[in-house]
Structure formats: structure tokens, C-alpha cells
Design a binder for this molecule. Sequence first.
Ligand code: GTP
Ligand code: MG
Length: 314
Amino acid sequence: MEIDELSGVGEKVAEKLREAGYSSVESIAAASVNELKDVGLGDTVAVKIISAARDSLKMGFETGLDVLKRRESVGKITTGSKELNKLLGNGVETQAITELFGMFGSGKTQIGHQLSVNVQLPKNKGGLEGTAVYIDTENTFRPERIQQMAKALKLDPDETLKNIHVGRAYNSDHQILLVEKAAELVKEYNTRLIVVDSLTSHFRAEYTGRGTLAERQQKINRHMHTLQRKLSDPFNIAVVVTNQVMSRPDIFFGDPTVPIGGHIVGHTSTYRVYLKKSKGDKRIARLIDSPNLPEGECIFEVTGDGIKDADSKD
Ligand code: GTP
Ligand code: MG
């Protein structure tokens, strides 16, 4: 069903909705009245449209069995490392946001690249036979690196690149817009992974100074909300966001694992993984504050072929 088939949605309203990224009935059903008011709709119209969308999807109460079925549709994407998969409960999950945070060079971007390749793998190899969207805010997306990783998995390097839609975000507003635009892509291309690398860098650069902190957190929070409600949930997509932690004197004396985006980011992501550089190519991953998995640590390696288990010999 298309959004203009919903009762209460005329041509003009449909256009407004699409422009704001509400391109599917699912995304409208998951919206709040205030969110639609921000698009420029009146109160009554917003209420009417949301309930029409929910009715058409038979949303409201569901049985425990329905919940179970939805949970069964959750997919997992292999990271390339068995240990890291195990830490995450079998890989990176769809219908969830996984936040990778750590200092520069800790492997956040490398994992983002690897997942964009791995999501394309057949299901029996740990993939979801889907495509990826990569929102690149730091200009660190490297097609050559994707080709290397694809070759290592015996995938066609150029086909693999074709299945990754890269959006280069020039500032935080553009980043927000790209995520909203992604809603138009995901159905057509069977997108099963969205990487936002980095979630926080533009916000951090643009909202400096004490007075702007609350606004920054609010914007990041809303952005995360869009990712969860307009993309991850309705389309069964795994969302992976990166967040750089800097070593700052004030953090030195407190918790060194506090991410730049602050606790707001932490609260909205389902899984939070702290990454740390170790000897050579080795990296340490620690799962923090997970709702359903035990906290724990593992070691993996960043190699020429991509993310791998650490060689147990050394
Ligand atoms: P920031 O974005 O700066 O916060 O860092 P990040 O966490 O995204 O780091 P990234 O994932 O870019 O990791 C970069 C590191 O990965 C490099 O310092 C290398 O150690 C490693 N790396 C990248 N490419 C290769 C490769 O082809 N071979 C090997 N062995 N290591 C690589
Ligand atoms: Mg990076």
C-alpha cells in the first residue's frame, strides 16, 4: 500500500510526508502526532493519518505469538570474527541500533565496511542477502577497502560496491536529511544494514560551547529516533552508528568509556560496544549495558582481509 492510498492523505500531504522521509505506510504508523506536526500537518490531520496507517497495518494490540514471530524475523549479520559475533549474541542484529564507540583507530570504520560487505552474503554464511546504506560524515568510506574485503570472501568486488549506497553528509542537517531519504531506498534495494559513520562528528563540530549542549543532545536523540522508528523497525534493518571518544583530561579522571554523544546516545542504542586498540592489529571489544546479553569482552583483529578472529598462536 502506498501512502497516498491512506484516507486523509491527498496529493499535497503525500508530498509533504515524502519530503520529510515518510515514504511508507510503516513509517507513518510508527510516527507520533508531534512528528507529523513538524512536517507541517495540522493536529487533526496528523491523528487521522497515523490511525489510518495503523489500521491498515493492523497495529494496536498483538498477541504474544505475533511478538514472537516479529522477533523471529530478526536477522543477524556476521562481523567476520566468531568471538565478536558471540559477544553480540550471534552478530549484529536487525531491528536494533548498535553503537560502536572508541578512540581513533580503534576499528569503528573497519567494522562498518566489513558489515556492508557481509550483509550481502548468503544466509548460511552469516549474511542477509541484502544491501547496505553507508552514511559517511568524515569522508572515510574507501571503495578499495570494500573490494579487498569482498575478494577475501570470494564475492565479486564491483557487484559488492554496487550494493552499497554511499551518502556523503556535509553537515549535521545534511546527515539528517540523508537518513530520511534512505527511507526511499530501503524497500527497492532490500537494504538490511545502515551504517552512520560517524553519528556524532558533525554535531560535535557544529554545537560547541556550553549553551548548545542540550540542543545538540536533543538533535542527536531525534536523529537516533528516526533511525530506529522510520528505518530499523519497519524494514527489519540493522543500524550501526559510530561515535568517537577522545581522551580528554576531564574524562581521564572519570569513566574513560563515556562517549562523546553523551548518555543520550547510549540510551537510544540497543547495543553499545566499546572498542579499544591493543597490540598490533588486535582490538578489544567490550559490550556495555545490553538489555539481554551478558557484559563481556573479546579480542579480534583488523587484517588486510578484514575483521577476523585474533590468531591464537601469538
Ligand atoms: P576514527 O574514525 O578516527 O575515530 O577511527 P576508527 O575507529 O574508525 O578507526 P578505523 O576503523 O579507521 O581503523 C583504522 C585502523 O585499522 C588503522 O590504523 C589500521 O590499524 C587498521 N587497518 C585499516 N586498514 C587496514 C588494512 O588494510 N590492513 C590492516 N592490517 N589493518 C588495517
Ligand atoms: Mg572512522
